[in-house]
Design a protein around this ligand. Structure first.
Ligand SMILES: Nc1ncnc2c1ncn2[C@@H]1O[C@H](COP(=O)(O)OP(=O)(O)OP(=O)(O)O)[C@@H](O)[C@H]1O
Length: 254
């Protein structure tokens, strides 16, 4: 009989992960699952624990309890760098580019973390920079780029590592409305060209609805809802979770 388990094992799973700082329980027993070629949205009011969840999944923080599984393998003991080398790669709300290095040098340095560790070839670099609208900025020092371009550079630095799982922490934050469509193209390219699964933490509900067939809602340290955007964003408890937060407007109009 053919073994079909490999086809059904999710790319990424968290199994009842909790995180607590001293007496402050940020989240409790969160179990989520992400498949290859899919985007899972994670939303929730400010302070709900979304960034901490990414920190724990990426290995920057250890969970207080629970497990993180990559294609069924328990990677909880693995360091941030070990998980990056396995293709579990995150981006940051505030870009972490090497500030005094040029755009090209940043891409080259990011590539050092890739599974292959091979030099980027010139046509590939050109294609990547064209894609991100950074072609004319190749030799510009990262710190002198406009904010939106710095964020795009951060996203491209993750892309060149050829991740299997991308953890995107508020990629649209601080971008102008028209710049935000770059995130759509970026996520689609990551799925199409790299076969990634994408976990998207985001407050921009229009972007979430465009990209995510499924979303989870974190509130008060718990996963309070999971389903399609239409199912989840119409729920009273989700709307109430946002009341009084900056994102209230966005959800109530979703
Ligand atoms: N290193 C830390 N030590 C203590 N508490 C922390 C630490 N990191 C995060 N927290 C707390 O965890 C809670 C969740 O913060 P987190 O940044 O994960 O929320 P968030 O949902 O990403 O918020 P936002 O949408 O505003 O970015 C906050 O109360 C925060 O103060």
């Amino acid at each position: 009989m053919t073994d079909t388990s490999a086809k059904t094992t999710p790319l990424l799973q968290t199994h009842k992960i909790s995180k607590q700082f001293g007496g402050n329980k940020v989240f409790n027993e969160i179990s989520i699952s992400l498949d290859k070629g899919k985007v899972l949205g994670v939303i929730g009011p400010n302070g709900a624990g979304k960034t901490t969840l990414i920190n724990v999944i990426s290995g920057q923080l250890q969970p207080t309890s629970g497990e993180i599984l990559l294609e069924g393998r328990n990677v909880t003991p693995a360091s941030f760098h070990a998980r990056s080398a396995m293709g579990l790669v995150r981006t940051f709300q505030q870009t972490k580019a090497f500030k005094t290095a040029t755009v090209l040098e940043n891409l080259q340095r990011a590539q050092l973390f890739s599974k292959k560790g091979m030099a980027l070839d010139a046509p590939y670099v050109t294609a990547l920079l064209d894609f991100a609208g950074l072609a004319s900025r190749m030799d510009q020092v990262a710190d002198t780029l406009p904010y939106g371009m710095q964020k795009m550079l951060g996203l491209m630095m993750a892309f060149v590592t050829e991740p299997r799982i991308l953890l995107l922490d508020e990629p649209a934050a601080g971008l102008e409305k028209d710049e935000r469509f770059f995130i759509d193209r970026y996520v689609e390219a990551a799925m199409r060209e790299l076969g990634c699964g994408v976990l998207l933490v985001e407050h921009d509900m229009e972007l979430v609805k465009r990209l995510c067939p499924r979303i989870c809602v974190l509130d008060g340290g718990k996963l309070i809802a999971e389903g399609t955007p239409a199912e989840v964003l119409s729920r009273r408890d989700v709307i109430e979770a946002y009341l009084g937060s900056a994102a209230d407007e966005e959800v109530s109009h979703a």
